[in-house]
Design a protein. Structure first.
Length: 607
């Protein structure tokens, strides 16, 4: 079935966008395809590729956005993906996207593809920047020298776009798909394209000896300064972080209110005459699952608004460069550090943000450690428990120590697993110029990331919430999460495993709820103890010691953050085995840490 979905209809043309990284392939793709684009599986590929069908001239064409490559014969994961794609999917036209300001280094790729037999068209993108830097390209001469159609455009601002559409349509009139065996033979021939490129460059391109941008150089002097740069970066991250979560919290609250209203005024009344268990399943199971998913929407939207700003402006590459040497000791890179910091707000968008990493190994390692970032949902639990058991004088230190543990768990995991996830991404220090993001870019990105999350996570999360509902409400006739429900039995059965950690059965049940979302842990404690607020805090304080409470918090910090994170891990890694590893490892680390802490403090006579 998967194969069938990607076999183009007989009258359907296929155009592949190929080019070096950051030449604007995706920007052009988005402009071409708008909202019709879909991200999907391709047979034999480890990454998802975006594709869409659009009318072009007299044809329907499927456009595919491929990852960036430096060389047709290169060895990185991405180059592998492109090779595999060109060998397994017939294409009618390869649109080679080139950053016009770097045409001297990029043209050879177009010649390589042409020499390998692929029907090509050359798109000189970033015409706006080329003009600003004084790079002059005579497209007519270039076209003649290469023997290929050439057009120049600015994909970001839309300049020259309509001519490109026309040219694509015309080129398709005569383009014939390259048979797969010819494509393979062409790719096996291994040419470097340098000669043809040099001749064409000499004939058609005028480049100033040095492209200078004094304005950017002056900013970089401070942004990349060894002493000024890092604090500036941290201050900037703190700002972004605050912006995301101060704006996000009221939005989340508002959304929660809307869901409450729906529940109280619509679904509740509609279900009054339904049997109790059914009403509870719909309202406390399915409906709660949906509102859990919805709660992430504002954070994801805001996160990607800021992420687009940071990435598009060019600051992201610079920040990553600053922290790169530090992170490389852990087998990570600077971009991973930025995502790790983002994870302290919410793990879900941070995991999605790792998509900027092109090496699968690097990405998996980064995704393995992000869930240990103490996110704002866990913070709520800690604030509640700390207030219940620790005096105001030491409370801040307790919280600070949890942040320390969060960093330590990250570090330990990275060091332990770095061998398993080697990165073969070439480290290319190429700082993009500073660029002003457009509103269109920001809106498009945050909207599509939100859709991506909803489409991939909803089913998984709702099923998980319903399972927890079943645990805490079956068999029927018992008080929710009571000792004679399935959850009560599980809590009892797990007691031997948790007693050495100082965690009583009531809190084990709370941990089961916490598997769904940390936001509901306190609420679940209220249900389990049938108490609220101060009374609940007193009851917990009376039941456990501070050492047991800290052990509970350690466990809460380190084990699975929430179902949404698990769903995101699964959809981003596309591997159940990897998702399972992440679950098992975090559970094991949580258990070991809590055990070591609780037994240690008992030995010291503190528990
Ligand atoms: N100035 C300018 N920037 C562009 C243009 N097209 C793309 N960009 C920027 O170049 C960067 C890389 O674009 P992207 O589409 O992600 O490149 P890809 O790696 O080839 O998919 C982004 O910051 C874009 O906003 C353009 O025509 N002019
Ligand atoms: Mg891209």
């Amino acid at each position: 079935m998967r194969h069938a979905a990607h076999r183009a209809a007989p009258d359907m043309k296929r155009i592949a966008l190929v080019g070096m990284p950051n030449t604007g392939k995706s920007t052009l793709f988005n402009r071409l395809t708008g909202s019709s684009a879909r991200v999907g599986n391709w047979p034999g590929l480890t990454v998802d590729l975006a594709s869409a069908r659009i009318p072009l001239g007299r044809h329907m064409a499927q456009i595919v956005d491929l990852p960036g490559i430096y060389d047709l014969q290169g060895l990185t994961d991405d180059e592998d993906v492109v090779q595999h794609f060109l060998r397994s999917q017939p294409v009618d036209l390869v649109a080679v996207v080139i950053n016009a300001t770097q045409i001297d280094r990029q043209l050879a790729l177009a010649v390589q593809l042409h020499d390998s037999g692929f029907p090509c068209i050359v798109l000189l993108n970033m015409a706006d920047e080329a003009e600003r830097y004084g790079v002059g390209i005579d497209t007519a001469k270039l076209q003649a020298a290469l023997g290929l159609p050439v057009a120049s455009l600015s994909a970001k601002h839309g300049r020259g776009y309509h001519q490109v559409l026309q040219l694509l349509g015309q080129t398709l009139d005569t383009a014939r798909p390259l048979a797969l065996d010819h494509a393979a033979a062409g790719l096996d021939r291994r040419q470097d394209g340098q000669e043809g490129a040099q001749a064409a460059l000499a004939a058609a391109v005028h480049r100033p000896s040095r492209l200078s941008d004094t304005w950017a150089a002056r900013i970089d002097h401070w942004v990349m300064h060894p002493w000024v740069g890092p604090p500036l970066f941290l201050a900037f991250m703190a700002l972004v972080f605050n912006a995301v979560f101060t704006l996000g919290a009221p939005l989340q609250k508002g959304l929660g209110w809307v869901f409450d209203q729906l529940r109280v005024h619509m679904f509740g009344p509609a279900l009054v005459s339904a049997p109790n268990w059914f009403r509870s399943l719909v309202l406390d199971g399915i409906f709660n699952g949906l509102s859990t998913v919805a709660a992430f929407v504002p954070v994801i939207l805001l996160f990607f608004v800021f992420m687009t700003l940071i990435e598009e402006s060019g600051y992201f590459s610079r920040a990553a460069f600053l922290t790169d040497s530090l992170m490389s000791r852990m087998g990570l890179d600077g971009r991973g550090f930025v995502m790790l910091l983002m994870g302290f707000g919410c793990n879900v968008p941070a995991l999605m943000g790792t998509r900027v990493m092109r090496s699968r190994g690097l990405r998996l390692l980064t995704m393995l450690i992000i869930p240990f970032s103490l996110c704002s949902a866990r913070l709520q639990v800690f604030l509640f428990i700390i207030a219940a058991l620790f005096s105001p004088r030491i409370a801040p230190w307790v919280l600070l120590s949890l942040y320390g543990v969060s960093f330590a768990a990250t570090f330990v995991s990275a060091v332990l697993f770095r061998q398993h996830y080697p990165s073969n991404e070439p480290f290319v220090l190429e700082l993009p110029p500073y660029r002003m993001p457009t509103l269109r870019q920001i809106a498009l990105r945050s909207w599509s990331e939100m859709q991506h999350f909803l489409r991939r996570a909803t089913k998984f999360i709702v099923i998980g919430v319903v399972l927890v509902w079943m645990l805490t409400n079956l068999p029927p006739g018992q008080p929710t999460a009571g000792p004679h429900t399935l959850a009560g039995w599980v809590g009892h059965a797990l007691h031997p495993a948790f007693a050495p950690l100082g965690i009583p059965p009531e809190l084990i049940i709370a941990l089961i709820f916490g598997f769904v979302a940390k936001e509901i842990v306190i609420g679940s404690l209220a249900v389990i103890y049938s108490l609220q607020g101060d009374a609940l805090q007193h009851a917990i304080a009376a039941q456990i010691t501070p050492a047991a409470a800290y052990s509970f918090m350690l466990f809460t910090l380190i084990y699975t953050p929430c179902l949404s994170t698990v769903a995101t891990l699964r959809s981003e890694s596309k591997s159940m085995a990897y998702t399972g590893l992440s679950l098992v490892w975090s559970l094991a680390l949580a258990w070991g840490t809590s055990l070591a802490f609780y037994q240690g403090s008992r030995l010291l006579g503190l528990a």
